[in-house]
Design a protein around this ligand. Structure first.
Ligand SMILES: Cc1ncc(COP(=O)(O)O)c(C=O)c1O
Length: 390
């Protein structure tokens, strides 16, 4: 359970490190990659052992029914989230970006609207646009040190052409964990407007002490017929490159529509991806996740302390996720000026706040799923880059 030994990722075809120069203009030679949401430390030993065993067996042929994979997901949801699901409800996608695109494809037509609450994971809006649907963006409201919903405002933005609501819980960015009452209100909103409720719960495992995550299906079990729950081991176990996600669809007819589309596309899962999920969702995997949360909690405390000491900067207190959401509005700089300093002076590649939609304009998102030394380095770089504000 070592999260602090530096692991060289440059030159491994890592998107985060090997694409940072091309995408962000920050050289990996002396820059820090803190953008896309994967982690810089190795996954759980039980996952690595499973991959070794598969390699020792040496045969990577087709796989058919895979009961242990379904059992492992069911076990994880029950033991980690008190959520009872049937194994039959689970379909597999190539990650959750793929699952979101599939949901848009199956339950809406080009020109239809899809509702999102922003700022939110930028791929929601991109997927909606790329599939020829309309983004119906409903801003979250800053209240105290977090975001809240304004569902009356959201209601006023709807035109009647909306077919889906793509909901992020916990929220990326900001790490906001929604209360059961808020989840209930969102479910009622979906019901009132006859929307398919696509609940992206990919970040549900990395929850900081003092906070509790409640799955939408527990807060609002009565709306199952319109719900699709998306979960994955990818963020929790740093296995995003395996492109394996879960689409949990309780309603048989709704599930059949998605299964038909998967059949048409000739989609079937990667055997190694399934084996990895089976190994991850285990008691050993759970122990590793608990240790990871302790590590991330230290990282976020370190980061928040340093960033909040820089005049004009403010890091939103995270309830979950490793994605720090930093507000630069107190600097008085434009979004471009902030981005330039972070790129050219601090030499850090970050996820640009404006890409998360309305409300993200003066923010930047920093990925803290890295070694403590790298977080310290990032803090020192930011302090230097914005030192004239001290
Ligand atoms: C909320 C959310 N959904 C989906 C994804 C993408 O998941 P995948 O890599 O499985 O496509 C991410 C990745 O950061 C995410 O934060």
């Amino acid at each position: 359970m070592d999260f602090d030994t530096l692991i060289e990722r440059r030159g491994t075809n890592s998107t985060k490190w090997d694409m940072m120069e091309k995408l962000y203009g920050v050289s990996p030679k002396d820059g820090l990659a803190m953008w896309t949401a994967d982690s810089d430390y190795a996954t759980a030993p039980c996952v690595i052992d499973a991959v070794h065993q598969a390699a020792d067996h040496g045969v990577f042929g087709y796989v058919w029914e895979y009961p242990k994979y379904f059992e492992a997901i069911q076990w994880w949801m029950k033991t980690r989230h008190s959520w009872e699901i049937d194994q039959d409800w689970i379909l597999t996608s190539q990650g959750l970006g793929n699952a979101i695109a599939l949901c848009l494809d199956v339950w809406s037509e080009p020109g239809d609207g899809a509702v999102i609450f922003s700022p939110v994971y930028h791929e929601f809006a991109l997927k909606i646009k790329k599939t020829g649907r309309q983004v119906v963006e409903c801003p979250l409201v800053r209240e105290g040190d977090t975001y809240v919903l304004d569902l009356d405002d959201a209601q006023s933005r709807l035109t009647g052409s909306e077919k889906l609501l793509i909901w992020c819980s916990p929220q990326n960015p900001s790490g906001r964990i929604w209360t059961p009452e808020e989840l209930r209100a969102v479910a009622d909103f979906a019901e009132r407007n006859d929307l398919v409720l696509v609940c992206d719960e990919i970040h549900h495992d990395l929850i900081f002490p003092g906070h509790d995550f409640v799955p939408m299906d527990i807060a609002a079990p009565d709306i199952r017929s319109r719900a699709v729950f998306l979960t994955a081991a990818s963020k929790t176990f740093n296995v995003a490159g395996q492109r394996t996600g879960n689409m949990i669809i309780p309603d048989p007819e709704r599930r059949a529509s998605m299964q038909n589309r998967l059949n048409t596309l000739d989609y079937s899962a990667s055997s190694l991806g399934l084996r990895i999920i089976e190994a991850a969702y285990s008691p050993e995997g759970a122990e590793w996740v608990d240790a990871q949360i302790t590590h991330l909690n230290r990282n976020r405390q370190l980061f928040d302390k340093a960033v909040n000491a820089i005049p004009g900067l403010w890091s939103m207190p995270l309830q979950s996720t490793y994605l720090a959401w930093v507000d630069f509005s107190g600097t008085g700089m434009t979004p471009d000026e902030v981005a330039t300093r972070i790129r050219d002076d601090a030499k850090i590649a970050v996820s640009a706040g404006p890409s998360f939609g309305v409300g993200g304009e003066l923010f930047q998102r920093f990925n803290l799923a890295t070694q403590g030394a790298r977080v310290e380095d990032a803090c020192a770089r930011l302090t230097r880059a914005f030192s004239d504000l001290q």
